[in-house]
Design a protein around this ligand. Sequence first.
Ligand code: BDR
Ligand code: CA
Length: 323
Amino acid sequence: MSSPNGQRLRRRVWLDTDMGFDDLAAVLMLQHAANVEIAGMSLCAGNAPLPVVRRSAALAAACFGWAFPITAGAGAALNGSSVTAQSVLGEDAMRSAGLGLGDVVKTELAEIADAEFPLAELAESAESVEVLALGPLTNLARWMQAPASRQRIASITWMGGSAGPGNHTAAAEFNAFVDPEAAQIVIAEAAKVGIPFKMVGLDACRQVRVRAADAANLRAIGTQKAALLADLLLGYVRIPDPSGQSPMSVYDPTAAALWLQPELTTWRPACVDVELVGHHTRGMTVCEFRVPRKAQANAEVAGAVDEAAVRAMVLAALAAASS
Ligand code: BDR
Ligand code: CA
């Protein structure tokens, strides 16, 4: 995004995350991006229960020098249910091949406060934020129903849903499956009040992949943080194949890259509806691309992604965070 004289404009982002390793990598991308201010971060249960997410965020903040405010939001989905990805991602959702955040951070951790509406303090400020949501949309659904918080949201980009198959179930992507009611509320409310909503779904993210060799390159930087990030990246790569021979898709970092550089994908207008009742399809994001003929568009959905460019952005950010 440029000003009339061609200068890159500063952008203000609010992050909402369930703090697995791919969330961490996405945050590091924004931290090391030019002309981006992280206004704050809110946490929600998802990859792991909220206390675990909270501890990971506190450790990451200490490790990587995060100075922005962090608050803890929803500990369960709007309907009270709790689904995690711990069986896949590990107890702390950061399955490592060696070092974990807790092995590296030895300082006392900052307290992370609870806040039902983490954007409430922003409502006082004249500046709006672009929201990048990297987990289930429970927090955001609450804020969207609170006009004072909502009015400071300039746009929402969400890593979640899919215009193809799911991962948590055959039909549903994990973030959508954990709280389908929240996703439906956010998409509908955003359309109602005119907040642009972008969905970076599984099908977009699966085009971008990392490999064991990427972890080895990171380790070669030679610092303790490089060793930590290399172990976390290798642990992540080994999720689908413990031998580490197969590549692994990067989800939240792809959404961060497309937020930073929207031109790295093709955005297609669509009417996105979230399946709330299907026995086999609950959490499915049904994308009607035949707009406006069949329905009114309420979202833009990421399509073909420039894999080389996004991969380079992810790996450059991990390298920058390693020094
Ligand atoms: C999404 O689910 C989580 O496990 C990841 O952090 C990502 O946000 C991918 O389906
Ligand atoms: Ca996530």
